[in-house]
Design a protein around this ligand. Sequence first.
Ligand SMILES: Cc1ncc(COP(=O)(O)O)c(C=O)c1O
Length: 370
Amino acid sequence: MAKVPLVDVQAQYGALEEELDAALKRVCRSGQFALGPEVEQFERSWAAYCEAEHCAGVSSGTAALHLGLLALGIGEGDEVITSPMSFFATVAAILYTGARPVFADIAPATCCMDATGLAELVTERTRAVLPVHLFGQPADMDPILAVARRKGLAVIEDACQAHGALYKGRKVGALGDVGAFSFYPTKNLSAFGEAGAVVTNDPELHARVRMLRNHGQDGRYRHALLGYNYRMDGLQGAVLNVKLKHLDRWNERRRRIAERYGAAFASTAVRPVGEAPYARSSWHVYVVRCDDRDALQAHLTEAGIATGIHYPVPVSHQEAMATCGVPRPSVPEAERMAREVLSLPLYPEMSDEQVEYVIETVQGFFSDAG
Ligand SMILES: Cc1ncc(COP(=O)(O)O)c(C=O)c1O
């Protein structure tokens, strides 16, 4: 067992055990296991938290992306421009609709979509742009939104890693037409299993998402559309209602750790992926870039510090993309990033001693090497 894990998914249960147990019991006693009042309460709270008009609770972040795209009318023959650096779910959701992902390279400072050159990727088939707020760092939305408005494209934000992140003082998620969140157990706000949400300010998109997540029903056993079983569980809604009250405090602790790391690493050869001047990150993952990444990772592993690589291969270069007939794009910044990135432990329950141990071990790697 690592002395410092990358994340600790049990810690929050320990801290909130009584309240969580009571919430779970409430659902078990009510029998409202699929959607129901706990999910409805969470939808109201999450919409308010995201400064959005509407929220629909769904079964995962992947489902949220899929439904967001479907609600926008995206399907067979369409193109959606996205980032090559993300979890695979981003492109899977595009492919599920029958549309084709097209890749804009990343901006090296944020590792999010670079809007320079975005307009040149637009064809007569392009219907939407799907930026990803990677690691909790908001993508630079204004130039993306400007291209989208000029070219008549929809914007769907993948905010699955960015709960509570701010872009120019505004919460991410409803900056475009629709936003997708994941509450997977490792996320800043996490369920006891799989869950997600779609947020929007558009009442029609919201109504379509609500129907599509529930087999296209617009009334009991009245199926107006071909939809899916993408409902959020009542138990997950109950867990999220308890945890949401703590999200800002947890994000603040993440920020303090990130700031401590950033200050300490300034004198080393690692280059942290930091906040853009316009942004307030949710610090979902703390990522550094390092020319000698594999050796640094081995050094940390040896010292009992767990690390991750998000991500070792751009999604555009995954084998599955070739099997789906998606041509490999030229995205040199994403390729470089895949060779250089290393994720260090960062979670709210991390002790100051653990943080200092990670810092000393990283610094030790460079003094040993020097
Ligand atoms: C950027 C990104 N997009 C989409 C997803 C998919 O979310 P989920 O695992 O809840 O389906 C994730 C989470 O794993 C993610 O990190």
